[in-house]
Design a protein around this ligand. Sequence first.
Ligand SMILES: [Ca+2]
Ligand SMILES: [Ca+2]
Ligand SMILES: [Ca+2]
Ligand SMILES: [Ca+2]
Length: 573
Amino acid sequence: MSGKPGARCAPCVLVFAAALLSGPFLQTGAAQAVPADAHPEVLIVVNANWPPSVAIGEYYRKARAVPESNVLALSYGPRRANFASSEFETIDRATFEASIRDPVAAFLESRGLKDKIRIIVLAKGLPLHVSGAVTPPLATYLRDSTDASVDAELAILFSGKDGSAGVAGMINPYFDSDQAFAAFRVAQPQAVLRYLVARLDGYAQELDPKTGLPADVKALIDRAQARGPAGTFLIDEDAAKTGALSSGNRIFLGPTAAILRNLGREVRHDVTKEFVSNAKDIAGYASWGSNDLANPGPPYYGKIKGALFPGSFVPRAIAVDLVSTNARTFAPPRLETYGQSLIADLVHIGVSGAAGYVAEPVLSGCARPYILFRRYVEGVPAGEAYYRSTPYLGWVNVYVGDPLMTIAEPATIHPTDLDGDGVPDAEDNCVEIPNPDQRDTDGDGIGNLCDPDLDKDGVVTTSWGRVFPPEAAGDIERIALAWQRDVYAPNYDLDGDGKVDATDLGIAQLWLFLPPGPSGHRKTQGTGNAGVPKTAPGMQGRVTRDAAQGAPSGSRAPANPGATPPGPGTSRE
Ligand SMILES: [Ca+2]
Ligand SMILES: [Ca+2]
Ligand SMILES: [Ca+2]
Ligand SMILES: [Ca+2]
């Protein structure tokens, strides 16, 4: 899937020759042959009530040689309304089901496309956010919230699980997988993850006069197949993060830099308090966005006070920022009431693919940049790499950009020590996170730094704040309680600094509902494949949701001993 139809590249010629030899194309004649890089696995959904949405669908269809019969035009909202505004971005659940979910399902079923389609691309003009009936308190947000992105709900179409509250029981079975998605679907036909959903979105104040597309969206599509310099990956930590939020640096951003270097990429890894600006030729960007305390103020990205934040991007660049509501809108807010940073601004200045959230995801629900960037650099298409990096389904996550985008020059290096900590993967008790000391105080073969499974039931759990009877307490609560009572236990000291505190709690929360690891010592969880159970043990049937929820950034001791996983600096208004 590299190159446009007709693009000049030697490998395309070989692929096309192979297709001719396969038989059927010989009969149809070259003129009618399906291009070798056609994409019959893609469904494009547009809003027939808004011409720019239709134009986006058609432009993308041609760019990726998607069959004309794979375009579904829905009628959403009033005819010719202004879908460039935020007015139609949020939808209630009943309307979502009637005007989006059911028509998409009916289309796939009536055309016999249910299994043939693996990727759904939504064109701007379709709704973004299915609003929850009520906003639960932070302590139970992960259990009770019925907020979702339209995208995440369509990804689990036909599973019967759309509309379910929270994330428990909705662990992504494809998380951290080694498998191509096509193979995964064949191997696990009943898996809740049915479709990789992406959206072509961005600001739409300016339309391209020739095509009628919003200029930002056209550029997003064009850049996905454009060529440029290899560029530099910019990983911008914020040294001002302390306590639970420091896990974002330690577990998400630091390992991303280490793995990318190991894959032979050029990396700029900023570990200071600076919010980097004026960087050149960025190939991938991970940061705290507006949660970086040194941010320049709204709009956070772009030209601000004479500097370009974070800088210029090469074509096919991808981005992750640890910001709760960075995909809440693709209509430009007023500066005075901006809120958090937006990936729409990153797209506007040249990013070609980005992970985002329509509402508070909680730090544990964020896409893992060390998985997304690694897989993308290895040559996995961006949409697929994204779904491998996302731990929960049916949640508030979106991917913006062409899901078929691949990196122009995939890595040719296959490191045997992925995280570069000096311990080969097969012996590394925490394969994806640098832990040169290999500290493993319970001796189970999984290093403390990625082993918050204190009760050894195979998954990191929460009891939603309940700590009595003590044996009913979740792993998260055990650490929270030890911190609160100032009790030291080596197994609870995940980072090995001699204390059990907010930092350990913050690390533990990143594994919520997931198995510990992966470790080279546990064959069931091979490198880069966490072997996630479909349902977290003990979670079935319980409407659990977690205390694990986005505590406002800066919140310290838990109000109750239960879990309060930090959100990425939430502004849950
Ligand atoms: Ca290693
Ligand atoms: Ca390691
Ligand atoms: Ca261990
Ligand atoms: Ca510690």
